[in-house]
Ligand binder design. Structure first.
Ligand code: PEP
Ligand code: MN
Length: 260
């Protein structure tokens, strides 16, 4: 358990309960988002994810629906009651997101966007800060300092793996960093097994290992038809795959004196 609790909406991170954040990589349509929101809520997720603005390696790839996605996210929140987390990449998106969502995600590619961190530091919006693709722990904590020392203490760290020479998993996830980061920062730690794995069959094992390692939450990508997803198709779980892992995660949580 982290020393400091941070809440997204009315959901606290850093206590005895491990929080499941779930939802699609990208918001693709109202129906795609709402159907996913209903299922993940029923299975025990407490926060809904879904990106409106996407940082993509290729300019030809789907860049996100933008503002209309934010409307769908608000609809999903009012229907299900789940608070929402959505990603932003640039200072120009701070106002649109900070007033709309319950938590903003700063993605791996934006972890060292210092102007963005400074702008978010001036707000109170909770920030889910992901580690950079090649960030050291020191650099990750310095990025978090931009937020907390700048005035925004509502910071949750998210481990999503780093780039190494290994290509069998998409990124290399060092779960030893869960206790290390807790000790160094006192902040709640969320693990993202989806981006670390890069393929859906590896997600359950990493998710369970993260719970065993002491994570305060997991963020898992879930899509009604992952094979047709407009981003991160290979790693998103379908509804039945998500349904299957929740009791397994519960069992691991119980074994380490926590609950989901
Ligand atoms: C995402 O959460 O969909 C995402 C782009 O994550 P990351 O920044 O960790 O690659
Ligand atoms: Mn994704």
């Amino acid at each position: 358990m982290g020393e400091k609790k941070v809440s997204i909406g009315n959901v606290a991170f850093g206590g005895k309960e491990i929080v499941l954040i779930a939802g699609p990589c990208s918001v693709e349509s109202e129906e795609q988002l709402l159907s996913t929101a209903r299922v993940v809520k029923k299975e025990g997720a407490r926060v809904l994810r879904g990106s409106a603005f996407k940082p993509r390696s290729s300019p030809d790839a789907f860049q996100g629906l933008g503002k209309s996605a934010l409307e769908f996210l608000q609809k999903a929140r009012s229907e299900t009651g789940l608070p929402i987390v959505s990603e932003l990449m640039d200072t120009s998106q701070v106002n649109a997101l900070a007033g709309t969502v319950d938590c903003v995600q700063v993605g791996a590619r934006a972890m060292q966007n210092f102007e963005l961190l400074k702008a978010l530091a001036k707000t109170n919006v909770p920030v889910l800060l992901k580690n950079g693709l090649s960030a050291t722990v020191k650099e990750f904590l310095q990025a978090a300092d931009y937020l907390s020392k700048g005035g925004n203490k509502n910071v949750i760290l998210c481990l999503r793996g780093i780039r190494t020479f290994e290509t069998e998993t998409r990124f290399t996830l060092d779960l030893g960093l869960v206790p290390a980061l807790k000790k160094l920062s006192g902040l709640p730690i969320v693990v993202d097994p989806s981006h670390a794995a890069g393929k859906r069959e590896t997600v359950p094992a990493l998710a369970k290992a993260a719970v065993a390692a002491g994570a305060d939450g997991l963020i898992i990508e879930v899509h009604p038809e992952p094979e047709n997803a407009l981003s991160d198709s290979a790693q998103q779980l379908n509804f039945s795959e998500f349904q299957k892992i929740v009791p397994e995660l519960n069992a691991v949580a119980k074994a380490v004196g926590r609950k989901i």
